[in-house]
Design a binder for this molecule. Structure first.
Ligand SMILES: [Zn+2]
Length: 878
């Protein structure tokens, strides 16, 4: 599934049979499904006719299938004279249907035929109902375990089969599925027509897709593969940005992979109600509208990037996931880590100015942040129930999986890695694979011990902290390294010496070498020697004054340098380190503060060197942490000084850029400006920036000069944070009348930025309204919870309305989003309250997330207690 929108992501109460997911017996396997669905939008149901061609491997009288909310009419097994009626018994807890026949089924091929009725539900999973423009649509979202809601099936990824879908729909409606449309014939009856789709390739049941409604498409092609981007009729013209990106991306992948795009056509469909960001159904990718559709004339850089990036992720899945699928969900990273890693390749080639390497650095930080916790999990962990499967769609499967792949790619070399990837894909095409299959392929292709390195990152939780010190011996530089597991919790960090050992590929950069020296650290300690070559630029030989051991920023670890080394490196950061390396250095420095090894004063000294940071992705990470420090580590006494520090630090760069965009501004200049407006208007509390933001916004909302799209979100946030009722109402109205999803959500989500308690309350009340779609509610509410001015009130509201909000929170990834946002609490009483609440109101697919949130709050409490006085002293000393 598509990351971003998930990044945070799941509960069941609604559909709610707690399930214990029994694995199916392997005595009977499917080869092919013939599926016919007669869809009745008005009554929100469908009639299903199904024939499954199966192989019986061991003689038996019973066949177990998955099925949920399916009403069976008739089931038979066998062909011709041997066909016999089956008795059906349902197990709600296991989500299975057992078909039992009187006479034993012989080994060999046979057929299961079932007629049944299913429901088009409102829960955005299975075959479900979506609504827009006063009409209804029927669409599917079957990953991970919801194909069983659409048709009885062998709903596990290793039971691959081919699927032939037929849809009977209303006249005037169309339908999209995995295969190309083979025929469209009138009937049955005057009001219906029947669409038959080509048989799919061999694939897993979770990849079946159907969309029914009045969708319209814009059309293109890449390498003779027809590509369509489809939406509801009013939004059809918002598909051109996506179409262009999809063409570029497919072309790139056809050049990268030895196997060309194998599925004949590619449809990409924007669905009005969609729980995840997007879903990689084979040859029929489904999206939430805001992640696919945008106005070609006004779309911001971040919207263009987001569309291209999620498309690149889903199209990468056509190979990693659809063509080759993980054998079981414990290897989900083989799908999601791969798609996340791969997505950046076509973007970097197509749009070098997008600085994709910095985005990769940000992905690494996301993974490292989660993976620093005691409550993290290994990439490969045991999963059994649908709730556990859903919960593994996290930053460990996506961002950590991708980070490990980048590290290995960098270690063996990009071309060798590509060869290994192609060997793996060719060997397992139309089949299933495991982590072992992958590392075996890369180890064989590269001749390097990838099969020893990867298990250390896949099978154990967390990652190493590499401690670095330098010494000068006989004109040579000795670099001493030690590794231990990194923990956010200072107490665990102190005792962590014995826990975990990794084989760590790393690359060292010093001012003595023209090229970085790469190396795999295999033991707890290690020593590297750098010859006393001339210092770059000085012409003099000598020992290296500093070393940076994550050269290229491809390593999945954090680093702690001895203090002298940091002092020697600090003045050279801008000239000696690349943007991703600076991001890695600053990320490590902040993590060491959280873990109690450095002080916030150490971090402030480092951050002070980033005032003129020219890369927006790096600057925005720095300003985000400055905002956190203001929110949590300042007091009413120290805040004015802290705000003044922020203004002094960032003011000069902002003065260079100015508030208004010029026509010739590059995307990067615009993005830098947006970061600075956000930081100065909120963290810096800069009255000029605040006043200009409000004036600019009022003008735009009043029909005057429109906002620069790239800076718009920052301008709206700053204005809303300081905004009044008039602005609240203007934003509400603007969200209502917006024609593009970007504009709508820019204004809608800004309602969570107000500080005025009455407006916070008003915004919260809106979440109960039918106007706020379920797909948007978790993110909307999370915005209020994450706003320090609204956290307490929002949490009280969510608890009070918990039952009422269930249909909205219980969608996939809804609960996780809410729980994650509660990590903005920083006091013991709230922590205990959160803990008590979720002990009584269990969220099946967010149980790890609850532990992570509690740990996050504990860390914040500890940090605030220790670092608040240190920050006060640092500010006073300036
Ligand atoms: Zn995905």
């Amino acid at each position: 599934m598509g990351a971003r929108a998930l990044a945070a992501l799941p509960l069941l109460v609604l559909l709610a049979v707690p399930s214990f997911a029994q694995r199916l017996p392997t005595t009977v396997r499917p080869d092919h499904y013939d599926l016919t669905f007669a869809v009745d939008l008005a009554r929100a149901r469908f009639e299903g006719t199904e024939t499954i061609h199966v192989q019986v491997d061991e003689p038996t009288t019973r066949v177990v299938l998955h099925a949920v909310e399916i009403e069976f009419h008739e089931a038979t097994i066998g062909t011709g004279a041997a066909r016999q009626k089956a008795r059906v018994s349902l197990d709600q807890a296991d989500q299975t249907a057992t078909l039992t026949v009187p006479r034993t089924l012989a080994r060999g091929p046979t057929e299961i035929r079932i007629t049944y009725t299913g429901i088009l539900n409102d829960a955005l999973r299975g075959f479900y109902l979506s609504r827009a423009g006063g009409r209804r649509y029927a669409v599917t979202q079957l990953e991970s375990t919801d194909a069983r809601r659409a048709f009885p099936c062998f709903d596990e990824p290793a039971f691959k089969a081919t699927f032939a879908v037929t849809l009977v729909v209303d006249r005037g409606d169309t339908a999209i599925s995995n295969g190309t449309l083979l025929s469209d014939t009138p009937g049955p009856g005057a009001a219906r027509h029947t669409l038959k789709f080509a048989t799919s390739p061999k694939m897993s049941s979770y990849l079946v897709a159907m969309a029914v409604g009045d969708f319209q498409c814009v059309e293109g092609a890449a390498d003779a593969v027809p590509i369509r981007v489809c939406a509801t009729p009013d939004k059809k013209d918002l598909g051109y940005i996506a179409l262009e990106a999809a063409q570029q991306i497919l072309k790139f992948y056809n050049g990268y992979y030895a196997v060309k795009y194998p599925f004949g056509k590619l449809d990409v469909v924007a669905v009005p109600d969609f729980a995840a960001g997007a879903m990689e159904n084979t040859a029929a990718i489904f999206f939430r509208e805001t992640d696919l559709l945008a106005d070609s004339k006004t779309a911001s850089l971040s919207t263009r990037k987001n569309i291209a990036s999620i498309l690149a992720h889903e199209i990468a899945h056509q190979w990693f996931g659809d063509l080759v699928t993980m054998k079981w969900w414990d290897d989900l990273w083989l799908n999601e880590g791969f798609a996340t890693w791969m997505a950046n390749r076509p973007l970097a080639a197509w749009k070098p100015e997008w600085n994709v390497a910095v985005d990769e650095g940000l992905e690494n930080q996301t993974a490292l942040n989660l993976d620093s916790m005691k409550s993290t999990r290994p990439i490969r962990s045991i999963v059994k129930t649908p709730a556990q499967i859903e919960e593994t769609f996290d930053a460990i499967a996506y961002e950590k999986g991708a980070a490990v792949l980048r590290m290995i790619e960098s270690y063996v070399g990009a071309e060798t890695f590509r060869k290994g990837v192609n060997v793996y894909l060719q060997k397992h095409a139309y089949g299933n694979a495991t982590s072992e299959d992958f590392w075996t392929a890369i180890a064989a292709t590269s001749g390097k011990p990838v099969d020893r390195i990867m298990p250390t990152f896949l099978n154990q939780p967390g990652f190493p902290l590499v401690e670095v010190s330098l010494a000068c011996t006989g004109g040579r530089t000795r670099i001493s390294l030690t590794q231990k597991r990194f923990f956010l919790d200072p107490a665990l960090m102190k005792g962590a010496g014995s826990g975990g050992r990794w084989q760590v590929p790393l690359c060292v950069k010093t001012p003595n070498q023209a090229m970085a020296t790469c190396h795999a650290m295999t033991d707890a300690t290690d020593t590297l020697w750098i010859d006393g070559a001339p210092l770059l630029g000085s012409g003099q030989a000598g020992c290296a004054p500093w070393a940076f051991i994550n050269a290229g920023a491809q390593g999945y670890f954090r680093t702690s340098y001895q203090p002298e080394l940091i002092r020697a490196l600090a003045p050279n950061v801008a000239s000696a380190l690349t943007a991703p390396e600076r991001l890695s250095l600053a990320g490590d420095a902040w993590a060491l503060v959280l873990a109690g090894r450095h002080t916030v004063a150490d971090y402030m000294i480092l951050a002070s060197g980033f005032g003129k940071e020219p890369t927006s992705g790096v600057l925005s990470q720095i300003t985000k942490r400055l905002g956190f420090i203001r929110d949590y580590l300042t007091t009413s006494a120290t805040r004015p000084r802290y705000e003044a520090f922020t203004r002094t630090l960032l003011g000069p760069l902002f003065d260079d850029l100015g508030l208004a965009a010029s026509i010739g501004d590059t995307d990067e200049r615009r993005a830098l400006r947006a970061s600075l407006i956000g930081a100065l208007g909120t963290t810096g509390n800069d009255p000029d920036v605040i006043a200009s933001a409000r004036a600019t916004l009022d003008r735009a909302l009043g029909g005057g000069e429109p906002l620069d799209p790239t800076a718009a979100r920052a301008i709206v946030r700053v204005a809303a944070e300081h905004g009044d009722t008039a602005l609240y109402e203007a934003l509400s109205a603007a969200a209502e009348r917006a024609t593009s999803p970007e504009e709508r959500y820019r204004y809608l989500y800004a309602l969570a930025d107000f500080k005025d308690p009455a407006l916070v309350q008003r915004g919260l009340e809106y979440s109960l309204s039918a106007d706020l779609r379920s797909q948007d509610a978790p993110k909307y509410l999370a915005g209020f919870l994450a706003n320090p001015a609204g956290t307490r009130r929002a949490w009280t509201f969510v608890k009070q309305h918990w039952t009422e909000l269930q249909p909205k929170i219980a969608i996939s990834f809804g609960g996780v989003r809410i729980v994650e946002a509660l990590g903005s609490f920083c006091d013991a009483r709230s922590r205990d309250d959160v803990k008590t609440f979720f002990a009584a109101n269990k969220l099946g697919s967010a149980s790890q997330k609850v532990d992570q949130t509690i740990e996050r709050i504990n860390n914040c409490i500890d940090l605030r207690e220790k670092q608040t006085p240190i920050l006060a002293r640092w500010l006073a000393g300036r």
